[in-house]
Design a protein around this ligand. Structure first.
Ligand SMILES: [Zn+2]
Length: 634
């Protein structure tokens, strides 16, 4: 039975035990004003009036930012903190253990604290996405970087009234309800601290807002900011795909859990790339040419579909371990293979259905991720579920030995599991049902709602799948998330009428990736990825390169007696195919040099999906649009 909690105010009921020490929510709102007039020099100013009672008080800076899957709150960039009351400075003391907590003794008779702080929008050390979200021409304001709130109160119960001043000629876009406009200052309706942190603002000198799919309610918008006027003139094919995306989610999810939805899109080589989901908006950051360059557009195709899908899967339906009452409570990531894995599946399907990708690009992207998972030795010691539980230490991990450590495989391997589930349902029901039916039961429970969190656990997933097609779903899922078998679950691809194969040339999708990352792929042949011209990015454990003693960080100096370059390296792999001659490399490890001979004769190997003739072409069926009017590929 699915647990149902209607309304944000009900969420704290989930945490009766954990919240037993929770303080009482303030009756009047925090008043927050943020001043971005210094944003072009990467300095954000905030001032708060916080209603308080006399006595000890702890102010909390957000640490566990929803969607970051690790404690990234950029507290190292919080500066200039001043606390005042009745015109006098009050001293504060940071907690000795919790770097995000600030203790204040509120004198008797004081009912309001005046708190001011600056946020340094400069590179920091917490892994935050907010500290590099401003350029001379634009800012993406995630409010968690500029807010403090009273600790031990569920953030859904703390009211806050925010306003924002932007540089004189900047415009803004947000899902927040605007209540007033006074020159460069915008006032927003009172909401909870939880909702405010969930509702970023994009603002910039070069800004455009595009209404989307006007026949659909609630209303959708694309708000784009860039570093030059021409960057925000989006091409019609791209806008057509975003419009189609909104339409395609209608039959797929059959519900909407927002009052309006804003895709916030930054196109910039100055600020960070980003993808962060929210209930009523998403923070999407790609390169300046991330849409106009066809190769970058192909690589970015699933970003908007993925983050939009999270409004249903992740924000509305959320694993209980991630539905925490505040930003200080640690999150438990064990079900991220649902939160992110199913979102990865539908995000990629929607990218194809909406026309961001051609069907071939969809298959090429699937082949690329499936192949890498299929030869990832780390899966023999760390199961998929552990990559989810350990998300907070895997996110942002180094590439060296990443195939042995594993990374956030709950995304791409989650996609394979949900493709497997989709094709299994179609087989079990003779194509009468699909994972779409599960989506309707699971993501549309309660019908259309305002932003609300409906938590779930593993049993809810099993029960929901059984309602669609009775099967041993508990065994199906458990086997896939807890297995240490050496290969990835590829049954969904095979049920779909394809098999993973290898060709002598990279696919268009893979070549676009290799060009962007400036890498040479010898992963499926020698077991090497080489970047920055000559440095080994990683060595696949048990590959020919591994057996020869190579390791990440070493440099390839020469290939077959000539100075290294990527083309010569690839030519050497091709040249050794079918011969008895080894590939001879001179390799440096710091200042030690040695010659390595690799007896590999299989030639270049690049993954692709190969059609298995005579089997149902389910994969292509899955990515067909549900709504007429799509373009195919950008
Ligand atoms: Zn995601």
């Amino acid at each position: 039975m699915t647990k149902w909690f209607s309304g944000l105010a009900c969420i704290p009921l989930l945490f009766m035990n954990a919240a037993s020490c929770m303080a009482q929510a303030p009756a009047s709102p925090i008043v927050l004003h943020v001043d971005l007039t210094d944003a072009p020099r990467r300095l954000l100013h905030a001032h708060m009036q916080i209603p308080v009672n006399a006595g000890p008080l702890t102010l909390q800076y957000p640490q566990w930012i929803p969607g970051d899957h690790r404690p990234t709150g950029p507290v190292d960039n919080l500066s200039g903190l001043k606390v005042r009351a009745n015109g006098h400075d009050l001293s504060w003391r940071r907690d000795d253990v919790d770097m995000y907590a600030f203790h204040v003794d509120v004198p008797s008779g004081v009912t309001t604290l005046e708190v001011s702080l600056d946020f340094l929008a400069t590179p920091g050390d917490t892994g935050s996405d907010e500290d590099q979200a401003t350029s001379p021409n634009l800012t993406v304001l995630e409010w968690n970087s500029v807010v403090l709130y009273p600790a031990h109160i569920p953030v859904a119960q703390i009211p806050i009234t925010a306003s924002l001043t932007v540089p004189a000629d900047w415009k803004l876009g947000t899902a927040l309800r605007i209540t007033g406009q006074n020159g460069p200052e915008t006032s927003f309706a009172t909401i909870s601290v939880g909702q405010l942190v969930d509702s970023p603002v994009i603002t910039g000198r070069y800004f455009r807002e595009f209404p989307l799919a006007s026949e659909i309610n609630p209303k959708h918008f694309l708000d784009v900011a860039g570093d030059a006027a021409e960057d925000v003139d989006l091409k019609p094919e791209y806008l057509a795909a975003v419009n189609q995306l909104v339409r395609e989610t209608g039959p797929l999810y059959q519900s909407r859990h927002y009052e309006t939805y804003h895709f916030l899109l930054s196109l910039s080589d100055v600020i960070r790339e980003e993808g962060l989901e929210h209930h009523q908006s998403s923070d999407n950051g790609i390169e300046k040419k991330g849409i106009t360059d066809p190769n970058l557009a192909m690589l970015n195709a699933e970003l908007l579909p993925h983050e939009f899908t999270h409004s249903w899967n992740g924000k509305y339906r959320r694993p209980a371990g991630l539905a925490t009452p505040d930003f200080a409570t640690p999150q438990k990531g064990e079900l991220l293979w649902v939160y992110e894995g199913m979102t990865q599946y539908w995000g990629n399907v929607l990218a194809a259905r909406s026309g961001f990708w051609t069907p071939a690009h969809y298959r090429e992207a699937l082949a690329w991720s499936a192949a890498r998972l299929n030869v990832k030795p780390g899966r023999t010691w760390r199961n998929l579920e552990d990559t989810a539980i350990a998300s907070q230490i895997l996110r942002g991990g180094h590439g060296y030995w990443a195939n042995w450590r594993r990374g956030q495989d709950y995304y791409p391997e989650g996609e394979l599991i949900w493709l497997d589930a989709d094709t299994t349902i179609r087989q079990l029901t003779h194509n009468k049902k699909s994972l779409n039916d599960f989506c309707v039961k699971f993501l549309a429970v309660g019908g259309n709602t305002p932003p609300t969190v409906v938590p779930y656990d593993f049993d809810d997933i099993v029960a929901g799948l059984n309602e669609v097609a009775p099967y041993d779903w508990r065994g199906f899922l458990t086997e896939r998330i807890r297995s240490n078998v050496p290969h990835a679950p590829l049954a969904g691809i095979e049920h779909g009428g394809y098999r993973l194969a290898y060709g002598a040339e990279p696919t268009e999708y893979e070549q676009a990736y290799l060009t962007k990352m400036q890498e040479v792929d010898a992963w499926f042949s020698l077991g090497l990825m080489v970047n920055n011209g000559s440095t080994i990015d990683d060595v696949r454990v048990d590959s020919p390169a591994f057996q020869a003693g190579l390791g990440p960080g070493m440099r390839l100096v020469a290939v077959n007696g000539h100075g290294y370059n990527g083309d010569a390296f690839k030519a050497a792999i091709r040249g050794a195919k079918g011969t008895a001659s080894p590939i001879e490399l001179i390799v440096s490890n710091d200042n030690e040099f040695r010659t390595v001979r690799l007896d590999y004769h299989g030639g270049e190997e690049y993954p692709q999906l190969e059609r298995v003739q005579g089997t149902p072409d389910l994969l292509d069926e899955i990515i067909k649009p549900l709504v007429a009017g799509k373009a195919s590929g950008l």
